[in-house]
Design a protein around this ligand. Sequence first.
Ligand SMILES: NC(=O)c1ccc[n+]([C@@H]2O[C@H](COP(=O)([O-])OP(=O)(O)OC[C@H]3O[C@@H](n4cnc5c(N)ncnc54)[C@H](O)[C@@H]3O)[C@@H](O)[C@H]2O)c1
Length: 351
Amino acid sequence: MRFVTNVTDLASEDYYDYIMPAEERRDVHSPPRSPNPVEFVGDRRVRRRSPSSPEIAEFAGDHRVCRRSRWSSNDPNICMFMQQEARRQSSSHNRRCKRAWKSHGGEFIRHGARVVIVDSDEEGGFKAAKELGVAAEFMVCDVTVEADIARAVETTVERHGKLDVMYNNAGIVGPTIPASISELDMKEFENVMRINVIGVVSGIKHAAKVMIPAGSGCILCTSSVAGVIGGLAPHSYTISKFTIPGIVKSAASELCEHGVRINCISPGTVATPLALRYLRKVFPTATEEKLRETVKGMGELKGAECEEADVAKAALYLASDDGKYVTGHNLVVDGGMTAFKIAGFPFPSDS
Ligand SMILES: NC(=O)c1ccc[n+]([C@@H]2O[C@H](COP(=O)([O-])OP(=O)(O)OC[C@H]3O[C@@H](n4cnc5c(N)ncnc54)[C@H](O)[C@@H]3O)[C@@H](O)[C@H]2O)c1
């Protein structure tokens, strides 16, 4: 889970000291120096006057640039993301940072948000928050423990005054073997459902507790292409992901009248630790490089592959004012993978 606030909701300096020493910080939310903010469109330098929403100072290399927040100026946003996403797969500092900034948290921060990462992986969560910088913070939370989620929401509201966006994103694939439903281990099935479904419902419940009285908010959940067509993943995972759009529609039917939106995203395969772990089990002798190639080759859209940034941008659209009239929706980000099946008709025989 991550909490995000926009530029107008700056937390105190002291609050972030436990994550990152002051001298290491580069605050992307500090006010721009120029009264007419400078922005770069490609190589062109443009100036805007009378911006309708706050500017966020950002660094592109050594350049300080400004962009508009995706949220309106007097409406600070606090978003809760279940799961840390700024993963580190390389020892190179630059690659790590690039990856962090491509993640959901990075995308939200770049557009004026503050992020609190909430995950059961304490070490990974703290590192992810540190990589994302001063606009990120971290809390430990196991999504299968309802009290953990309740505490995380309460703490966020205490610290930031409200919760604007909740992103239920934690998930596991579960065991790949045995593959047959006739041999399904019901304990393992329950384990997958506890994280992928019950964790999501708990997240929705506790977000709704604060969003309903506030009369606004946005909840995002993560399904999958495996929740759109069968046969792409093990049964437990597939079943768990098919439930998400249903949960979203059910919750939307009530939350609409309170001004709270809820949507889900169904991404195609992205080479994250989850996907690579799964493929490693399916192809145990394949190298990491081959597994990544396999992921790239899974899409249908020529010249494109599903990247974390694509999913992050879909999330940003749904969570921000850009998606203010979208609710109860399942946004499939899969390059057409589940949109069609090329008919492989057997050639009719003459006889
Ligand atoms: N990677 C893909 O190809 C893909 C495709 C479609 C959907 N998804 C979905 O996207 C979401 C994110 O997946 P990812 O690929 O980034 O996976 P990931 O394994 O890289 O990250 C999963 C995260 O969930 C956390 N987590 C696991 N159990 C938890 C628990 N009980 N409490 C709190 N946190 C817990 C883990 O610590 C980890 O940070 C999942 O819901 C997944 O099903 C992934």
